[in-house]
Each structure stands twice: as structure tokens, then as C-alpha cells.
Design a binder for this molecule. Structure first.
Ligand code: ASP
Length: 411
């Protein structure tokens, strides 16, 4: 009873947010109503995200440590590792192929005048990030002092430390049983807090969407309409057709059943544009509604929230081709293969926060000699596109946990 009413409230929140945002965008920008409305939306939206972030780090830490400890206890670790990484790479590859195919067919940006973006390009200086630096940065960010990582909210480093702690807990065996029980109980408490925070979700989501819609620039949207259509179209195709099809073929779960169990997380991802902030909700949906075992969900989802980003990978590839078209550069097959590979790396390297994909995209552009400043053109529409790609990123993680559960034979 309570569950369905929360879902319905969230859907109402989405609708109200979109309509209110649209209403505000029609009014005078400087008016007191618009300014006041945006201020309140900002306040409520930020509060919701802050609450999710509050539980994020303790939740990631305990769910991974407990998940790994239990997996090892069941002698499943080896299989789960391979299945998880295999699925991440496979689903991201599918997404990129879809994006590249569509971008080659539609060729967005080809007719646009490069000169009209020259100003934007000149004002913007992208940070240089050559491949070697990207790797050393990635490696360095894996191993950190756990206290620093916990304090700074550095998800990837927390994941690595929790993985190692989980393994040590099993190797240590009975002697450390108390610590494992403590972590387990702590995890349950965090999930209880998530349940409370979700009561605010309808309002938080409404506020976030209202602000997003009200602050879009319609003129820019129409100029970039072809690019936006390719990105949104292929992202939706991946999320609505490809991922559900994989899920159905592997597990037999119907898309409707998946949607019912996953919608809280998908809508939260759409509204927050952050896989990490959504992670507490994702864990709750997958465990409670989709019935994935805690040890598998606790392992696949936190890892997926930082590594597995189908929507981001697709976006990076399409955007690279778009910028090449704008610059009048034709990318040959070899260069497109490089785009394919670097898009995957860049998606894996992007943290699950808003617009993170834009930052790591520099890597993709530079790998084929495109001007990194080109991302200045995309920045104004990025917030809008980030909604869809984050939702698909999170969907990929949830599908991944269901697929991995089936592959390792743990119903
Ligand atoms: N916002 C995305 C996420 O959190 C990352 C990105 O910018 O592509 O999944």
C-alpha cells in the first residue's frame, strides 16, 4: 500500500515539476515569482540530493564489504567478478555502437556554421588530459587513505578499500565474525535511512525538474536540435529496447515488471543526474522490489555506479562525431574505432556526478585530434542530456545485477 502510493507520488512530482518549470519559463525571467520559485526549487532539490549523499559513503562502504564477504563465503567471488565486468563491457559496447551508427547516418552538425560557435570555443580553455595522464590519474584515484576517501566522498577509492576489507574478512574467517555482523547491521540501518529519505523524493524530484526546465535556453535547443535528437533518441533506444531485451533474454523478466521495480531509481537518476547520489535508491529498488540477493547487489551496483555508464559512453561517442562534423573533419574507420575505445574508457573514468562525462570527454576528443574546446558548445545543453544518460547509466547497473545473479545461478 505504502509502496504504490510513494511511486504514484513520485510520478505526480515529475509531472508537477515539468509543468511548473514550463510555467516559470514563460514568465519574465527577472520577476519576483520566477526568482522566488527558482530559489525554493534550488533549496528543496539540493536538500534532497544532500540527504542522499549523506548516506552514500557509509552505504557504499558497508554494502561492498558485506557483499564481498558473503560472496567469498559462498565461493562465488570469482564468477561474480567475471560476470560483472563482462556485462559492463558488453552493454557499454552495445551503447557506443548504437550511438556511432546513428551519428554516422544522421551526421548531426554537418550543416551548422562553425563560425557561430567560434566565440564559445575561444572563451573556453579545456584542461589538457593526454591518455598517459588519464591512466595515472585513474590508478592514483583507486588507492587512497580510506579515512581521506571516506571524508572526501571519493567513491572509487572507498569501493576499492571496501573490496579489500571484504576479502580480508573472509580470509580472517571466524575470528572477525563480530566485525562482519557489525557491518551488516550498519548496512541495514543505512537502508532504513534511505527509506525515510525517499519520502521526500516526490518533492525533491519536482523541485529538480522544475529548475531544469525553467532554466533552459530555447534558442540554443533549436540550434542543436539534430544533435539532441540523436543523443536522446539513441539513449532511449538503448534504455527502452536494448537493455530490456538483454534482461528478458537472460532472465525472462518482462520490461513491465522491471519498470515497476526500478522506477524509483530511474526517476531519481533522471532528476538528480547523478548515479552516485541515486545509488542508495538503486540498492533499495534492486533488493526490495527486484529481489536481487544483497551480496550480489551490494557488489554490482556500487561498482556499476562508477564504472558502468552506458548512457555516458554513448554520449561521448556521438558528441565526438558531432564536433568532428562541426569542425568539418571526417573521421575514418580507424579513428572511429579509437573513439569507440576511448569513449568506453572515458565513461568508466567518469565519476557518477552531474556533467562528469563532459570532463572526461576531453580524452575522447584529443585521442583523434579534435579541438577539446569543442565541448564549450555542448556545455549549455549538457544538463538536459545528462538526465537521460544518467537514467540509462543506472538502468544498466540494475539490469547488470539481475543478469549477474542469473549467470552465477543464484536465484
Ligand atoms: N551524470 C552521469 C552519472 O552520474 C555521468 C555523466 O556525466 O555522464 O551517471
Amino acid at each position: 500500500m505504502k509502496k504504490t502510493s510513494l511511486n504514484a507520488q513520485i510520478l505526480w512530482g515529475v509531472l508537477a515539476g515539468l509543468l511548473l518549470g514550463l510555467g516559470l519559463s514563460l514568465l519574465e525571467k527577472e520577476s519576483a515569482v520566477v526568482q522566488g520559485g527558482l530559489y525554493i526549487a534550488e533549496l528543496v532539490g539540493t536538500l534532497f540530493i544532500d540527504l542522499l549523499k549523506m548516506v552514500l559513503i557509509p552505504l557504499v562502504f558497508t554494502s561492498i564489504a558485506v557483499g564481498v564477504a558473503n560472496l567469498r563465503a559462498h565461493r562465488q567471488m570469482h564468477k561474480v567478478w567475471k560476470a560483472t565486468l563482462g556485462f559492463f563491457i558488453f552493454s557499454m559496447a552495445m551503447a557506443i555502437m548504437l550511438g556511432l551508427t546513428a551519428a554516422n547516418l544522421v551526421r548531426p552538425g554537418e550543416g551548422l556554421q562553425f563560425a557561430m560557435f567560434q566565440d564559445a570555443m575561444q572563451d573556453f580553455r579545456a584542461a589538457e588530459m593526454p591518455m598517459s595522464e588519464f591512466f595515472s590519474h585513474l590508478l592514483h584515484s583507486l588507492f587512497q587513505n580510506p579515512i581521506t576517501a571516506l571524508a572526501q566522498g571519493d567513491v572509487l577509492a572507498v569501493v576499492v578499500f571496501a573490496l579489500l576489507l571484504g576479502i580480508a574478512l573472509v580470509v580472517g574467517g571466524e575470528r572477525y565474525a563480530n566485525i562482519l555482523i557489525l557491518l551488516q547491521e550498519f548496512l541495514e540501518l543505512m537502508l532504513m535511512l534511505v527509506g525515510w529519505i525517499m519520502r521526500l523524493a516526490p518533492l525533491g524530484i519536482m523541485a529538480l525538474l522544475m529548475k531544469l526546465v525553467a532554466t533552459q535556453d530555447p534558442a540554443l535547443l533549436t540550434t542543436l536540435i539534430e544533435f539532441i535528437a540523436v543523443v536522446v533518441g539513441t539513449t532511449l533506444l538503448h534504455g527502452v529496447v536494448v537493455l530490456p531485451l538483454i534482461l528478458y533474454l537472460v532472465t525472462g523478466m518482462t520490461p513491465l515488471k522491471f519498470w515497476r521495480g526500478a522506477r524509483e531509481a530511474l526517476i531519481t537518476a533522471f532528476a538528480t543526474s547523478s548515479s552516485s547520489a541515486t545509488l542508495p535508491v538503486t540498492l533499495r529498488c534492486v533488493e526490495q522490489h527486484l529481489h536481487v540477493k544483497r551480496d550480489i547487489a551490494g557488489f554490482v551496483l556500487p561498482l556499476g555506479a562508477t564504472l558502468n555508464m552506458d548512457g555516458t559512453a554513448l554520449y561521448e561517442a556521438v558528441a565526438a562525431l558531432f564536433i568532428a562534423n562541426l569542425a568539418g573533419i571526417e573521421l575514418n574507420l580507424m579513428q572511429q574505432i579509437i573513439v569507440f575505445l576511448t569513449a568506453m574508457l572515458a565513461a568508466m573514468g567518469a565519476p557518477g556526478i552531474p556533467s562528469a562525462g563532459m570532463v572526461t570527454m576531453v580524452l575522447v576528443l584529443q585521442s583523434v585530434g579534435l579541438p577539446a574546446e569543442g565541448i564549450a558548445i555542448l556545455l549549455p545543453v549538457d544538463r538536459l542530456l545528462d538526465t537521460f544518460r544518467t537514467a540509462v547509466n543506472v538502468e544498466g547497473d540494475m539490469v547488470g545485477s539481475l543478469v549477474v545473479q542469473r549467470w552465477v545461478g543464484k536465484k
